[in-house]
Write a protein that binds this ligand. Structure first.
Ligand code: SF4
Ligand code: FE
Length: 479
């Protein structure tokens, strides 16, 4: 397993083509805008070397028997699935943002199931190829970006009927040694901090769309892959002098638009090629795993609840009954989310490949709750924090000779609490509910791993309505 330093060094060997705020970036992982997101991923390496977290962060490879970082593991039992939910909560609490490494983890597990199933039907050898690839990822302890969402163009049209055929990623050329692909993937969490990028189809495909039914993995710095970093609220505070106004002074998430400009993929890295009848299965497995991964938001919720309790204490209102009540409500919502992440894991089952899969219905219910409860938790945090959250002066005013003493004096609350502490905790709440971490805690909770409607469709498909009707009929004597 790589140490945190080895991970950071390994990134420097990559030659990524990255654009940020209209300019090409060369000092990618030292750039103040990107660095906090790199450090959030680095946390997944750091904690794997801490003995108290070993049980959560480290696993044994089912192919080599060696110790590996859990983020490269294929779930071998229900216990593995539960440890994954616990690990994600831990990392959410440690980073207070999106630590980005779950997408690739979930892609690896989903592909382990689907390649096996494709081989069973078509006598292909995708599973064997995949296992070789997995051994490589585990050996070098790599970060994989899982790329699913295509731009999609006109939503009413299938891929092959789009005015621009590149609005879904597709094969443009088949060669003896591999394929050439073109298109883009949106919302790519952690792409610039990844060694590998794993591309999957974005939805169900029909025969006419078979050129879009492809799955493959490439080194992230393969020629023709271009990264355009997305903006987040208050992101340029990372480029200001001083750290305090960032709220979270250590970490952040990051998202990119990733473009594949006629990129070559050798056959040994192709895991699905035109088997369009398996595109939906891959989407379904990946999204169920990734919906479970949203245990991360429970950990971020822990940070927000802690910050809210501190804001109340610093203001001298911690004893007020309505404040206590609001904190209970926040915890109730947060732990309810945790129930979902644990229960979809606890009801996991073995797929034909041997990989353990989460309960699809409960994973979708869990993620659906994630699209709602963090908003209520954030609302309560802002309620308790008070209006100063959005009106207080900057760190520069606090440090200035002219205004510093005035800010110190008039923004003081409890006598034994330094004004700076009060401002810091409010900045953290601002970051989590309005700033760049609100992308991760709120908007990403809404749309990450699929928007609410995607979960409602899966709930409708997965729930056994007939069983419920029979239960009702039996009790009232209809049969
Ligand atoms: Fe992982 Fe959560 Fe970030 Fe998704 S939002 S990549 S589940 S930390
Ligand atoms: Fe996500």
């Amino acid at each position: 397993m790589k140490t945190m330093e080895e991970y950071l060094d390994s990134l420097r060997k990559l030659k990524l083509e990255v654009y940020l705020l209209g300019k090409k970036v060369t000092d990618i992982w030292d750039h103040p805008f990107i660095r906090p997101s790199t450090m959030a991923v680095a946390k997944t390496y750091e904690l794997a070397h801490e003995s108290k977290y070993k049980n959560l962060m480290v696993s044994k490879s089912h192919i080599t028997g060696k110790e590996i970082n859990r983020f490269t593991h294929i779930h071998q039992c229900v216990g593995d699935l539960i440890l994954k939910s616990k690990m994600n909560r831990l990392l959410g609490r440690e980073t207070g943002c999106c630590f980005q490494r779950c997408v690739g983890f979930d892609a690896l597990n989903a592909i382990s199931i689907v390649t096996y199933n494709i081989d069973n039907k078509y006598r292909t050898n995708y599973y064997e190829r995949f296992l070789k690839y997995l051994a490589y990822v585990q050996e070098l302890d790599l970060v994989c970006d899982g790329a699913m969402t295509d731009p999609k163009g006109d939503r009413s049209l299938p891929p092959h009927r789009q005015a621009d055929p590149d609005l879904y990623l597709h094969v443009v050329k088949v060669r003896e040694d591999g394929i050439v692909v073109r298109g883009a993937k949106l919302h790519q969490t952690g792409a610039v901090n990844s060694h590998e990028i794993i591309v999957m189809p974005t939805m169900n495909m029909r025969e006419e769309d078979k050129d879009y039914a492809i799955c493959f993995a490439l080194p992230s710095d393969t020629k023709g892959i271009i990264y355009i970093v997305g903006r987040q609220a208050s992101d340029t505070r990372r480029m200001e002098e001083g750290l305090m106004d960032r709220g979270n002074i250590h970490y952040s998430g990051i998202e990119c638009l990733v473009i594949f400009d006629d990129v070559f993929v050798p056959w040994e890295r192709v895991f699905m090629f035109r088997e369009y009848d398996f595109a939906f299965q891959l989407v379904e497995k990946f999204s169920a795993y990734h919906r479970q991964s949203y245990a991360c938001k429970v950990g971020v919720g822990d940070v927000l609840i802690g910050a809210t309790a501190l804001a109340a204490e610093y203001n001298g209102v911690a004893g007020a009954s309505h404040i206590k009540e609001k904190l209970v409500e926040m915890n109730h919502l947060n732990e309810t989310l945790y129930c979902g992440a644990i229960s979809c894991a606890a009801l996991g089952f073995k797929e034909p490949s041997g990989t353990f899969m989460v309960d699809t219905l409960l994973a979708n219910v869990h993620k659906h709750n994630i699209t709602r409860f963090p908003y209520e938790i954030a609302r309560l945090a802002q309620d308790v924090a008070g209006g100063l959250l959005v009106t207080m002066p900057s760190e520069m005013d606090l440090r200035s000779k002219e205004t510093g003493p005035l800010v110190e004096k008039y923004l003081k609350a409890k006598a034994d609490v330094p004004t700076e502490h009060r401002l810091r905790i409010l900045r953290l709440i601002e970051n989590l509910t309005l700033g760049s971490a609100a992308v991760g805690y709120l908007a990403e909770s809404m749309h990450g791993a699929g928007s609410p409607q995607a979960q409602r469709i899966m709930i409708q498909r997965t729930v056994d309505m007939e069983e419920k009707k029979v239960a009702a009929k039996k009790l009232c004597g209809i049969m």
